[in-house]
Design a binder for this molecule. Structure first.
Ligand SMILES: C[C@H](N)C(=O)N[C@@H](Cc1c[nH]cn1)C(=O)O
Ligand SMILES: [Zn+2]
Ligand SMILES: [Zn+2]
Length: 480
């Protein structure tokens, strides 16, 4: 059942209004990973709640309790649960999204203010933090609701919503909420859900839409080396004491090779290598080495072989070094020996890896490598957050509906991909609700999620809103 023409016409006619709503959302700096922005995440929850209510959605804000971040106890932002439609003859689809964003500073290298949406008239880019990850896609669902309300059109399915404000910081509290709602059975918020749809990832390139049936898991570590009671003068104490930064760099250099091999014993080995048949799956995707190099802005692909690059991103684990807290990083040439430094790194996990299996290997390895340094400094290893990988059955009607919707809107066959990023709650939905989960991305591979100058193309926002609406019609029309 295709979406009615008046729905898609409404989306086109209201594009500028929808972009203004995206600008309003981007203007709230809802950074979950920075304690000083916690109130902004709450403000964003309230703003989104107001929008949903005005579009006819019944909502409840759920208190997720408290957590500790950087040694500070903080109130978690509320999750938003929403519902519209209760027709037993219709399917019920649960929509998930997150309204928090990654940190962003103009000084990181942004060309414009990160929390002011800039509409580049020449390129059609909507530039601002959260435009593609994940405020644009969340607003895509609001656009669908608004079109139906304004046109007096009945939604083809019942909808349930679950929006959170902590996805970029480990989705704290959300698993417990989903489990407790599921345990309530028929009284629970997710009762009767037939499938889940998440729009929170990206096409492989800038031209071919995709549907995504897998996500990598993640385990994030903080390794702290400390020794002196205070920062030291390197002229007075260099070569006289064990230096925390020297120890930390030695440890960090033993985690991964420049070509991506993970050096923590047992981690890479957990994953069986791909056979020729599996490699062909990757070779057949619409992707080239130029796509990855264009997306990152440098000729730095890890291999000239497309399948190797794609498998590195989708079906193999990876270890990335993210930063060092406590190190001198300013301009000038300060001759300091930092007293305490913390290295941050994470490992993206794929089946059959889980944090439970991988984390003990990381702890054991770092401790044994630190012992080899014969340093008198102190080592502390913490896992800050983790989540399991997820893979779905893409032969399900949920995917069939999304394929039909993509063909209708983009006149193209979508690629079937696995995503290199992580959305920890996906597996919880799949397991707790026992239903199929689909990832239906809105943005392109070069959007720069988590990076400087994050953008969503205007056409992806507008056609993507049509795609989300059309998917609901196609899902309604398919027999379960
Ligand atoms: C794919 C999704 N849009 C995303 O960006 N997820 C984050 C989740 C995360 C976990 N720790 C910090 N962020 C990601 O994959 O990095
Ligand atoms: Zn993200
Ligand atoms: Zn996201």
């Amino acid at each position: 059942m295709p979406a009615p023409a008046k729905f898609t016409e409404f989306v086109d006619a209201n594009a500028d209004k929808f972009i203004q709503r995206l600008a309003d959302a981007v203007a709230i700096p809802s950074v979950s990973g920075e304690p000083n922005h916690r109130q902004d995440v709450v403000k964003m929850a309230q703003w989104l709640d107001g929008q949903l209510k005005s579009l006819g959605v019944t909502t409840k804000l759920v208190d997720l309790g408290k957590h500790v971040m950087d040694g500070e106890e903080l109130q978690l932002p509320p999750a938003i649960l929403g519902r519209i439609g209760d027709d037993p003859k219709k399917k019920t689809i649960l929509i998930y999204g997150h309204f928090d964003v990654q940190p962003a500073y103009k000084s990181d290298g942004w060309d414009t203010e990160p929390f002011k949406l800039v509409v580049d008239q020449k390129t059609g880019r909507l530039i601002g933090r959260g435009s593609t990850d994940d405020k644009g896609p969340i607003l895509g669902w609001l656009n669908v609701l608004e079109a139906h309300k304004a046109l007096g059109l009945e939604l083809p399915v019942n909808l349930r919503f679950c929006f959170e404000g902590m996805e970029e910081s480990g989705s704290e509290g959300l698993d417990d909420l989903i489990r407790s709602e599921t345990q309530k059975g028929k009284e629970g918020w997710f009762a009767g859900v037939d499938c889940v749809c998440i729009s929170d990832n990206y096409w492989l390139n800038d031209r071919t839409p995709c549907l995504t049936y897998g996500l990598r898991g993640l385990t994030y570590f903080k390794v702290t080396v400390s020794g002196p009671a205070r920062d030291l003068h390197s002229g007075m104490f260099g070569r006289a004491v064990h230096e925390p930064m020297t120890d930390l760099i030695a440890l960090m250099s033993k985690l991964v090779t420049p070509d991506g091999k993970i050096l923590v014993p047992g981690v890479d080995e957990m994953v069986a290598p791909a056979d020729e048949e599996e490699k062909k799956l990757y070779s057949s995707l619409d992707y080239s080495i130029a796509d990855v190099e264009d997306a990152v802005g440098g000729k730095i692909a890890i291999s000239e072989d497309k399948a190797t690059v794609l498998m590195g991103r989708m079906r193999n684990p990876s270890l990335s070094l993210h930063g060092i807290e406590g190190a001198f990083y300013g301009a000038g040439a300060k001759t300091v020996i930092p007293a305490k430094v913390s290295g941050k790194f994470s490992i993206r996990l794929v089946p059959p890896q889980t944090p439970e299996k991988v984390n003990p290997l990381v702890h054991k390895y770092l401790e044994s490598e630190f012992a080899k340094l014969n340093s008198k400094n102190k080592l502390e290893v913490e896992c800050l957050h983790d989540g399991k990988p997820w893979v779905a059955d893409f032969k399900h009607w949920n995917y069939e509906a999304a394929i039909k919707a993509t063909q209708a809107v983009y006149k193209k066959q979508p690629d079937l991909t696995r995503e290199g990023g992580s959305i920890p709650v996906t597996l919880t939905f799949a397991e707790s609700l026992g239903v199929n989960v689909l990832l239906l991305p809105m943005g392109r591979g070069d959007d720069g999620a988590h990076s400087t100058n994050e953008k969503l193309d205007r056409s992806n926002f507008i056609e993507g809103s049509k795609l989300l609406g059309t998917y609901l019609y196609e899902a309604a029309a398919i027999a379960k």
